[in-house]
Write a protein that binds this ligand. Structure first.
Ligand code: ADP
Length: 362
């Protein structure tokens, strides 16, 4: 990691040095061009004035002539420089103004226009790229906060509402036994949702901030998959879902609890999105130095729009099952796969089921 960073730094230093030296060359050429143009314009002016008879042929003593030429060159050079300088100064001024806007939190600002100096164009381009990145991070953060507050607020409002009804009932005794039971059930259900949500958020934050996986042990992956299926038994057996296993014996070295969480989320989803009486297949095979785990369901599948967003935090494609989850499960799965240097791919078609494939290096 450290080596990689220092290599990148060297690379960027190299390009910085190159662009600096080409900037120096550009400036030298610019000054040279200004001087040459000034000399040429002065010469043409003197010749023209002479030809028009406005300057007598030998008017000045030899010592004064170079001085006059130099003075004329300086005046013309300065005028030319002020025009050429504008080409550089104006974009720099726009960059300074835009930087101030970014500092104030306005991430929509961009610098437009092209200059004849390549390095300045590169600076403008990298400023615009930085602003793009900041804008999308800001959007993402706002989105996250909105989703987060919404997900938390909904169960809390519901709990407060039903708790108040029960509170009132303590004084006025208006509720039936059935209603009282219903309200306490809702309170318990919503509290469970809150607990699930907070533990998922904590877990995701922990995994996102983690760069190195600790507590690695060697265990049998096939055994782990069987164990997860057992944990989820209540969910699949109550809906007559048939699990089908095709598991090759694979020893794997990783944080056992973390990987178990990945299967819990994936198999849990396969069960959740399968129809009653459906099948969920779990396959585990060694292939080209990797272990490939497929979780296949014959459930409702996903359209391309949903497929594109399933790994986003808080995204839930199927709104009818909102209360069954919180849209964080697959974001957690993706992060765990990243930490294991693995990859996750999904194939799905609306109405035809989904296949989640996890490939982990052995
Ligand atoms: P949750 O399941 O809590 O809604 P996830 O992050 O686990 O959140 O999944 C995000 C979305 O991806 C789900 O809301 C659903 O639309 C879609 N999805 C995930 N797994 C499946 C699956 N096996 N079949 C169909 N849709 C799925």
């Amino acid at each position: 990691m450290k080596d990689e960073n220092s290599k990148n730094r060297c690379k960027s230093n190299d390009t910085d040095c190159k662009s600096l030296s080409s900037l120096r060359t550009a400036f030298t050429l610019l000054v040279f061009a200004i001087f040459t143009s000034a000399v040429m314009i002065t010469s043409v002016l003197v010749i023209l004035l002479c030809k028009m008879g406005l300057i007598p042929k030998v008017i000045m003593p030899p010592a004064v002539l170079p001085l006059v030429t130099l003075l004329a060159c300086t005046i013309i050079g300065t005028i030319l420089s002020s025009f050429v300088g504008r080409l550089v100064i104006n974009p720099l001024r726009s960059l300074i103004v835009a930087n101030k806007e970014i500092k104030r939190g306005n991430y929509h600002v961009r610098v437009s226009g092209q200059t004849p100096i390549g390095e300045l164009n590169a600076l403008i381009q990298s400023f615009n790229d930085m602003a793009d990145e900041l804008e999308s991070t800001n959007l993402f953060r706002n989105d996250f906060i909105n989703n987060f507050s919404h997900e938390f607020k909904t169960p809390i409002v519901s709990i407060r509402g039903f708790a108040r009804q029960l509170q009132k009932d303590n004084e006025h005794h208006l509720l039936t036994d059935g209603q009282r039971k219903e309200y306490t059930d809702i309170i318990a259900y919503e509290s469970d949702r809150l607990v699930r949500l907070s533990s998922n958020i904590l877990m995701l934050t922990k995994f996102e901030n983690q760069q190195i996986v600790t507590d690695k042990t060697e265990f049998y992956l096939d055994e782990q998959l069987r164990h997860v299926l057992l944990i989820l038994e209540k969910q699949w057996s109550s809906r007559s879902i048939e699990p089908e296993l095709d598991l090759e014996e694979v020893k794997y070295n990783f944080n056992e609890e973390m990987l178990s969480q990945m299967w819990l989320n994936l198999i849990g989803n396969a069960i959740k999105f399968s129809p009653d009486g459906g099948t969920v297949k779990i396959r585990c095979k060694k292939k080209e130095g990797c272990v490939v785990v497929d979780i296949i369901d014959c459930g409702e599948g996903m359209d391309s729009d949903t497929l594109r967003r399933i790994f986003d935090k808080f995204y839930q494609g199927d709104t009818s099952r909102r209360s069954d989850g919180n849209g964080l499960g697959l974001a957690i799965v993706k992060r765990i796969a990243e930490l294991a240097n693995g990859e996750i791919t999904v194939k799905s078609e609306k109405g035809k089921g989904s296949t989640f494939r996890v490939k982990l290096p052995l």
